[in-house]
Design a protein around this ligand. Structure first.
Ligand code: ATP
Ligand code: MG
Length: 204
């Protein structure tokens, strides 16, 4: 390439970048609202809960107080729980223990879910919490243990600046409809299918 062609290419690149910057700056200038966001992280791919815990770290980094309610999961040996419980300003509830996968006792599951929601609702009523993570909440809704209407009503009644992150596969349409941000994680490949068990620091 001779020097004239080179200069022309540089000029075109600069013009293209200037146009791009103008579009991006205009979009940034348009987004001038603040509000408590409802985020849904769904889909079959790995990374829903990890992403939620990443936001938890961000919020704590800004000095915010946060709450977590874990549905379904009975285990309390995850790295995230161990880590976040050591931080100040964290409320952490593991609410999944009572679900009866084995006996498939619907009435008991509904009662367990109802009790779990009473605890989760307290987080949604606590204006000191800037971010609330409702981890795996989609499952009790999907199995019919927890009415979607109850969840939507309590989400709508939360403090206006409180952010909420909900994770779990198959998020109901009604939930996605009221959410501000919905991300579907796609399962392209997962090591588990190649025979690798859950690895500390990555999967738990
Ligand atoms: P993570 O907690 O790792 O962010 P997740 O919240 O997206 O995962 P869950 O359905 O909650 O996914 O599953 C939690 C556990 O199952 C993790 O150990 C994760 O690695 C594993 N997992 C997630 N997606 C898959 C998948 N598609 N196949 C097999 N295992 C998975
Ligand atoms: Mg998860």
């Amino acid at each position: 390439m001779n020097p004239t062609e080179d200069a022309g290419r540089e000029q075109r690149h600069q013009e293209r970048m200037q146009r791009k910057k103008a579009v991006i700056d205009a979009a940034i200038a348009r987004a001038d609202q603040d509000k408590g966001l409802l985020l849904v992280l769904t889909g079959n791919g790995k990374g829903k809960s990890s992403s939620a815990f990443g936001m938890l770290a961000r919020a704590l980094g800004h000095g915010m107080h946060v709450g977590v309610a874990q549905f379904i999961k009975g285990r309390s040996d995850t790295g995230e729980e161990a880590f976040f419980r050591q931080q100040t300003g964290v409320i952490w509830h593991v609410l999944g223990e009572g679900f009866t996968w084995d006996t498939q006792n619907l009435a008991r599951d509904i009662e367990t879910a109802r009790q779990a929601w009473v605890v989760a609702r307290q987080l949604l009523q606590d204006a000191s919490l800037g971010l609330v993570v409702l981890d795996e909440l989609t499952y009790p809704i999907k199995y019919g243990w927890l009415p979607l209407e109850t969840v939507l009503a309590d989400l709508a009644a939360r403090p206006p600046m409180q952010h909420v992150v909900i994770t779990g596969r198959a998020a109901p349409d009604g939930l996605c409809a009221v959410a501000d941000t919905v991300t579907e994680l796609n399962d392209v490949k997962h090591a588990f299918r190649a025979g690798v068990r859950a690895q500390k620091g990555v999967d738990l």
